[in-house]
Design a protein. Sequence first.
Length: 283
Amino acid sequence: MNQPLNFAQNKALCHYTYLISYCENFMPETPSLYIVATPIGNLGDFSARAIETLQNVNYIAVEDTRHSRKLLTHFGIHTPLISLHEHNEAARSKLLLSYLQKNLSLALISDAGTPLISDPGYHLVTLVREEKIPVIPIPGPCALITALSAAGLACDKFIFEGFLPVKNASRQKKLNDLLYETRTLIFYEAPHRILELINDMLAVFGPKRYVVLARELTKIFETIHGDSLDQLKIWLNNDKNQQKGEFVVLVKGAKHHLSHSDIEAQRIYIYYLVNCLLSKQLH
Ligand code: SAM
């Protein structure tokens, strides 16, 4: 008869069982597409699971092969790369699906952060899932969540709008649609447009709306600075260095929610008032 295991043997067995299940989960027999997050600045944020996954798949789809090769080589990852960017995503997705159907495993990374979040990959993930092939997320850095976690704004409900339109008129229209939104608003912005964005926000939200700029997150010059829009503009203009780098812009939600029908009712009311005043002036 088998002897019962002592404490040390039991512990060793548990550890062994854990390792086996970890390995089975890590590399399932079914070919899979791994969506792997990479650092947004600090290389220490690359997770052990992300590195191991990228070392073990057959191919890694990347936005820019030269950019990613540098990062991957630094971590001893020499897996072959295939480019997948916004201009070739449709065609590349079909090719990558055919690889998965040939039992090859794949990973998708972007230049930085979590793929698909204002980055390519949506088409690929949809196609692969339609074919009932597993898509496995390997979570990690994401600029919007990193910023939100430290901004001191409400996190229970928020909306992420990504990049706003480049043209001023469309950008202001989009901001105007969000004027009465009560949830925290989160945007991505390129460094050369940060002042323009603050000016547009001033025009739409007014000088007293509280906004947080989260700049160069996880990097040497990381700055998370919040103030009213009028003060923020002065602060940015006083220090050109604060206009450099990558930004997440977080806007405190409006105090009271107005639905579209409320806004329409307000518009009709103002129209009616103006007409009354004008007709009185004419008499
Ligand atoms: N997929 C990425 C993610 O998970 O956050 C976002 C990619 S998007 C093309 C790039 C934008 O993300 C930048 O223009 C900036 O708005 C934001 N971003 C990325 N890294 C950042 C950082 N270290 N600090 C602040 N914002 C960052």
